[in-house]
Design a protein around this ligand. Sequence first.
Ligand SMILES: Cc1cc2nc3c(=O)[nH]c(=O)nc-3n(C[C@H](O)[C@H](O)[C@H](O)COP(=O)(O)O)c2cc1C
Length: 449
Amino acid sequence: MNAGKKMLIGLHLGNGYGSQPGAWRMPGVDSKSYTSFDARVKQAQAAERGKLQFIFLPDGPGAIMADIETESPGFNLDVMLTLAAVARETEYIGLVATGSTTFNEPFNLARQSKALDIMSHGRAGWNAITSSGEDVAANYGKRIPSGEERYGRAHEVVQIIQALWGSWGKDAWVHDKETGQFAHKDQIIPINLQGKFVGSRGPLYIPPSEQGQPIIFHAGGSPNAYELAGRFANAVIGAAFTIEDARAQRNAFREAAKRFGREPDEIKYIPGLMTTIEKDRRTALDRRIQLTEHLFPQRVAYLQQMLGIPLDIKRLDEPLSKVQLDAARPSRYDPRSPHALQIAKQGWSLRDILAHGVIDYHPVIVGPGIEAADHMQAWFEAGAADGFWISPDVNSDGIDAFVDEVVPILQERRLFHQDYEGKTLREHLGVPDQYGIDPRVEELKYKTN
Ligand SMILES: Cc1cc2nc3c(=O)[nH]c(=O)nc-3n(C[C@H](O)[C@H](O)[C@H](O)COP(=O)(O)O)c2cc1C
């Protein structure tokens, strides 16, 4: 680990309530935040107060993963419109939107994302993902294509988009009122790229932003993801439950970057962390119980499978017995199982075991800020992460809790910057200049696993 190297931190901004089911019903939360652009702006401003490098907006697009009868959809109404609103009300924080390479035309994505980059003065990022859900495909009247087609198309879409971004020459715009010359026509040129799946003539009539063009992110962790991100991405939104897994993923992305002639440090691996920050563990557990207790019947059923022992929903107040703990075998099929057993062995009641978030999508901190800081430091110093994307349980006070209780500890330990290094996302991430396609990885050619 380089001495003096600092971690990166992003904020997950989904439906406006937070990452826990039940967040929309918490005291102090506006139950209509789902449609409130003001709420998103406020939340982004809270993250900017903490000097976080970016906000990250996942997207389906359009499918819901929850039961709408009782839960909000997980996504923004529209990621680009949200970021347009946020761009006008913030000054520094990076704005990263997910856009599917499976169901979008590259010209549309190129145009919207570069326009956002101009609007935000060089703070846009595009999370280039392949879509894998049939419910998303159905919104486009399609079925999910094969892995080969999805990743083949993804490699083409990214290259065409980058070529379009670079098609307006860096110095092409003159806008000289005296001479009457608006632009150098010979520096704004068609790209004429046609692949197997997509194509575009161009050019795209948008000049460079302060960072040139948007930064490419990717979210995933499969061998196909390594190939795609290793070639094009500067940051990866990841998911890992252990330091060992995170380190292996980070190394795989770094190795992939090397295979394409890039420096491994050009790609930042950023796994997720979910937070419930309160003054002590008990208060934090009680908050999580309030948020998720309605789901405990189904979660107890699932925990039984994770631990391989019968559990009784009527005994939520009791710790697991010695007989149960001796018989427990963490499931091989769920990487969260060993941690769940570890928490159970600490003697917590069944209710509190669940309140520790042992069935959540990422590692979960339920306790004081120092526990989050310790987790982040351990992973960062073990070479398992270049940073983290944070999913607070409830956005309306959970972002502030992270900013006030975790960020100062990380700053004091010199693990997180005191202030923004510049005004662009490229500067925040410390990634090299790029305009158009990276010549080291260019060729409308792809490889799938
Ligand atoms: C942390 C993380 C975040 C992701 N975010 C999104 C997202 O916002 N939208 C989406 O459609 N897919 C998202 N994905 C899914 C991946 O893009 C990919 O489709 C999935 O990992 C399946 O891999 P495969 O395409 O190699 O089968 C995410 C994956 C991970 C690991």
